[in-house]
Design a protein around this ligand. Structure first.
Ligand SMILES: *[C@@H]1O[C@H](CO)[C@@H](O)[C@H](O)[C@H]1NC(C)=O
Ligand SMILES: *[C@@H]1O[C@H](CO)[C@@H](O)[C@H](O)[C@H]1NC(C)=O
Ligand SMILES: *[C@@H]1O[C@H](CO)[C@@H](O)[C@H](O)[C@H]1NC(C)=O
Ligand SMILES: *[C@@H]1O[C@H](CO)[C@@H](O)[C@H](O)[C@H]1NC(C)=O
Length: 230
């Protein structure tokens, strides 16, 4: 899909071709599980094969305060997914820094704390942040949670509408501080799932809740991550 968008852009515009890479055969990069501390590296299973899509996810992790324990409990997430497959295949050296760069742009806008629940509105903060990156990435879809708490991925801009209702299978402490766990999620068995069947959340930046809270309010913490789909 990214390559298709690129060729469209290339013929329709003499302006910057944005995310489009010079024509050159590149293979998908390797999932960077080797960056995890050796003590947690085995917490996530190694992938089989090459990723079908690498998405840059930008949005919020939500938490609700538990007034009994005075700690925040995870309450889902909402993120826009940008297609970084072509970019990171061509620039694997950027795997390490891309999430933090997106998060920094994102949190420079006041609206980054509360994205619209309608992820399709073009002018919200996620799109604005993407537009200010040197090579903006094409929109790929969105990541959201259903009312019953199922982590869902809708890659609606890619061919054959890849879709995944998932379940968390494994987590590992992220490198650095203040970054949400790296995860492995796989299909929850839904017959609506298609094209992709599992996803790793890696290279996380931000998204961690404060240590304590009072009352029963909810918060949204901005984060960026890479979602590698298999
Ligand atoms: C708050 O935490 C307590 C203790 O872990 C748990 O029993 C309770 O169900 C939690 N409340 C909510 C609303 O999740
Ligand atoms: C997360 O919070 C955002 C607003 O900050 C909201 O639009 C979204 O629906 C919330 N998602 C979940 C699963 O709570
Ligand atoms: C996985 O998540 C659980 C629950 O949040 C946590 O207790 C555990 O330490 C995490 N494991 C790793 C390896 O980070
Ligand atoms: C998967 O998640 C969806 C959305 O929450 C749910 O409707 C479905 O029952 C779940 N499991 C299966 C096996 O489809």
């Amino acid at each position: 899909m990214a390559a298709y968008l690129c060729s469209l852009l290339a013929v329709s515009s003499l302006l910057s071709t944005g995310n489009c890479m010079p024509r050159r055969s590149v293979s998908a990069p390797a999932l960077p599980l080797n960056k995890l501390a050796s003590t947690v590296a085995t917490a996530l299973p190694a992938p089989t094969g090459s990723p079908q899509f690498i998405a840059l996810g930008l949005g919020v992790q939500n938490y609700t305060c538990n007034s009994t324990t005075n700690t925040y409990a995870a309450a889902g997430a909402l993120a826009q997914l940008f297609d970084a497959t072509a970019y990171l295949s061509y620039r694997p050296d950027r795997i390490d820094s891309l999430s933090q760069e997106y998060l920094d742009r994102y949190t420079s806008f006041p609206c980054s704390q509360s994205p619209s629940s309608d992820i399709k509105i073009a002018d919200r903060c996620e799109g604005l942040a993407n537009s200010r990156i040197a090579r903006p990435l094409p929109v790929l879809g969105e990541h959201y949670f259903t009312k019953t708490g199922t982590p869902s991925f809708d890659l609606s801009k890619a061919a054959h509408d890849p879709f995944l209702y998932s379940a968390k299978k494994a987590n590992a402490t992220a490198p650095g501080t203040g970054n949400v766990d790296w995860l492995y999620l796989a299909s929850n068995g839904s017959s609506l799932n298609q094209v992709v069947s599992s996803v790793y959340r890696v290279e996380t930046a931000g998204g961690v809740q404060p240590k304590s809270c009072s009352g029963s309010g909810s918060i949204s913490v901005p984060y960026a991550a890479q979602y590698w789909f298999y």
